[in-house]
Write a protein that binds this ligand. Structure first.
Ligand code: SF4
Ligand code: FES
Length: 265
């Protein structure tokens, strides 16, 4: 993009407008051109789960460019076989979550320059089976998610009037910062308990259970309370390490959600 823009501006400048380096456009043009070189180490896994170790690439990124841009640059300029996932590219779909320098992050929302390092080490999310390279299967994440009965179960089967939830109600206030989960799996990958327990429901599923339990229209709160109270899989496995809360790209305080469930159980 920058190269196309450079050509266009140069052509205009040849014919019509001389661009001085210190002018507004000169500085803007210079800003657009400024890149930083990064060493990118990518963990590679072949089909069938065969780990091939790390491959190393050099990429040049502008100030505003993200880890996802780095992956696309590798794909286009160095290795068309690299596998990674993304869809929306604006932090909404949750598909691009990877581990960057040891921390689960959304690749499309992580500016490489903001990491303050010349080396990016990109690996797939932990605690999930790797399909290829950086693409993982979220099957174990959603298996736990489903166990908390995540769908709405109406208390009244047939109603003709709409149920109003006032903005100042307890449910609206408490759920405000907890309902934006994009099921990216970052909290699941960051959780220290998930590292040793496949049974543990995990932070996102527990947060979902809390939302449903708090919902005054829902009729399965007691059932969900029993599920989250299970000794081996429920809230009591959480050691309140805050790793999940630290990495959630939507700013959900998962540790708070789990603490609330503990108080309810
Ligand atoms: S709670 Fe946050 S980190 Fe966990 S899956 Fe949802 S958005 Fe991702
Ligand atoms: S591509 Fe959708 S969140 Fe990153």
């Amino acid at each position: 993009m920058a190269a196309d823009g450079a050509t266009a501006i140069a052509r205009i400048s040849d014919q019509f407008i001389p661009i001085e380096p210190q002018s507004f456009y000169g500085r803007l043009f210079g800003f657009m051109q400024a890149t930083t070189a990064f060493r990118v180490r990518v963990r590679r896994t072949a089909e069938g789960g065969i780990v091939r170790g790390f491959d190393e690439f050099r990429v040049n990124l502008e100030e505003r460019m993200t880890v996802l841009d780095a992956l696309f640059q590798i794909l286009h300029d160095h290795d068309p076989t690299l596998v990674f996932r993304c869809a929306c590219r604006v932090g909404m779909c949750g598909t691009c979550a990877v581990t960057v320098n040891g921390t689960p992050r959304l690749a499309c929302r992580t500016r490489a320059a903001a990491l303050k390092t010349g080396t990016l080490c990109i690996e797939p999310l932990a605690h999930l089976p790797v399909i290829r390279d950086l693409a993982v299967s979220l099957h174990p994440f959603f298996e736990q998610w489903k166990k908390t009965l995540p769908g709405f179960r109406p208390a009244r089967e047939s109603v003709n009037e709409l149920h109003t939830i006032r903005a100042d109600s307890k449910f609206a206030t408490l759920s405000a910062g907890k309902r934006d989960c994009i099921t990216c799996g970052a909290c699941f990958a960051a959780c220290g308990v998930k590292a040793t327990s496949g049974e543990y429901l995990g932070p996102a599923a527990l947060n979902r259970a809390l939302l449903r339990i708090l919902d005054p229209r829902d009729g399965a709160a007691d059932q969900r309370r029993k599920i989250v109270d299970q000794e081996r899989s429920g809230v009591w496995r959480c050691h309140t390490q805050f790793h999940c809360t630290e990495v959630c790209p939507k700013g959900i305080s998962l540790s708070d959600s789990i603490a609330r469930l503990k108080r309810m159980s």
